[in-house]
Design a protein around this ligand. Structure first.
Ligand code: NAG
Ligand code: NAG
Length: 310
């Protein structure tokens, strides 16, 4: 670490009288919560006044004011028992971390740390209260009161129990499948229907302590749906309708124009026919006109015949 000279001198000035001779001291958390069956790694540190004194023995004991050996329930560096669930990953210079593996209910107690130097011996008086929960109370809590959340919304799920899990591995599952997110809180945002499902959390990867499921239902937000889907659809329909309308108007005008041309042509044809030079007249027109002019006399002739018969 780099410091500017001023800071350094201030620190030295402060540290001089205080830091030269650290007190006999053990620092551990007031309490530590662990779920039954999992491993408790209890942080701990210690100091003593003189580097001249060498630490020779470290002891962790249960529910005793001074950890004067022998200890039957805990750890003693001078008498390490095989298969003990109490491990000491700490050292002899300042780290007194204790590990209790496969915790059981009866591990719940107040633990103290003692260290013995070639001079004096000291036990940290306060101790750490270890709480062991059975994990039955593991629950998923939600930031929303309702299980039904609108699409695009968000929700935060929290895994809770009697323990606070800052030291624990919390795993999350949706419909039993592990999610990549880990930790006590699961943030779900920009929700889609894919997020619908039953959520559970567990306090370790073995899934021994798993919560009851919390079901999330993501519903389509009608307003959002209207904005996102209906508006473009309506626009397209409107555009198509306008195009059709324009097309119709154009077609109508075109047809009228055509019709008037035909009428004009027919008029011309009629005149030409009347004149007797109707080579260019369309066949149907001519046919129709001839037909009508032929059939017309028919009945007249019959009538005439009947008249003749009488
Ligand atoms: C003390 O030891 C434990 C176990 O080895 C380690 O996890 C922890 O970081 C150490 N603490 C400090 C302050 O070095
Ligand atoms: C979620 O759980 C409920 C009841 O607990 C069940 O009816 C539903 O089918 C489950 N959903 C899924 C996707 O597993």
């Amino acid at each position: 670490m780099k410091m500017n000279p001023w800071t350094l001198s201030v620190l030295l000035l402060l540290a001089g009288p205080l830091g030269a001779d650290p007190d006999w001291h053990v620092e551990y958390p007031d309490s530590f919560c662990v779920v039954e069956g999992s491993t408790a790694t209890i942080p701990c540190s210690f100091t003593h006044p003189s580097v001249m004194h060498k630490v020779e023995r470290v002891v962790w004991c249960r529910n005793r004011e001074y950890c004067i050996p022998p200890v039957f329930f805990g750890y003693d560096s001078s008498n390490v028992r095989a298969n003990s669930r109490f491990l000491y990953p700490g050292d002899l210079v300042g780290n007194c971390t204790l590990k209790i593996i496969k915790t059981v209910k009866k591990d719940a107690a107040t633990y103290r740390f003692r260290f013995e130097t070639n001079g004096d011996k000291y036990t940290g008086p306060r101790g750490v209260r270890v709480k062991v929960t059975d994990g039955e109370d593991v629950k998923v809590r939600s930031s929303v009161t309702d299980n039904v959340v609108k699409e695009g919304g968000q929700v935060t799920l929290t895994c809770t129990s009697a323990c606070s899990f800052h030291q624990l591995d919390v795993h999350w599952y949706r419909n039993g499948h592990a999610l990549s997110e880990k930790g006590p809180a699961l943030h779900l945002s920009s929700l889609t229907n894919d997020d619908t499902g039953n959520y559970t959390c567990s306090l370790d990867s073995s899934r021994q302590k798993t919560s009851a499921p919390w079901s999330l239902i993501v519903v389509v937000d009608e307003g959002r749906y209207a904005r996102r889907v209906a508006v473009p659809v309506v626009s397209v329909v409107l555009a198509v309708f306008l195009l059709l309308l324009a097309g119709l108007v154009f077609a109508k005008r075109h047809a009228q124009k055509k019709a008037s041309e035909v009428i004009q042509k027919q008029e011309v044809n009629c005149k030409q026919e009347a004149v007797g030079a109707s080579e260019e007249v369309s066949y149907s027109t001519v046919h129709f006109k001839r037909n009508s002019s032929r059939s017309a006399p028919g009945p007249e002739h019959e009538i005439v015949y009947s008249e003749v018969v009488h």
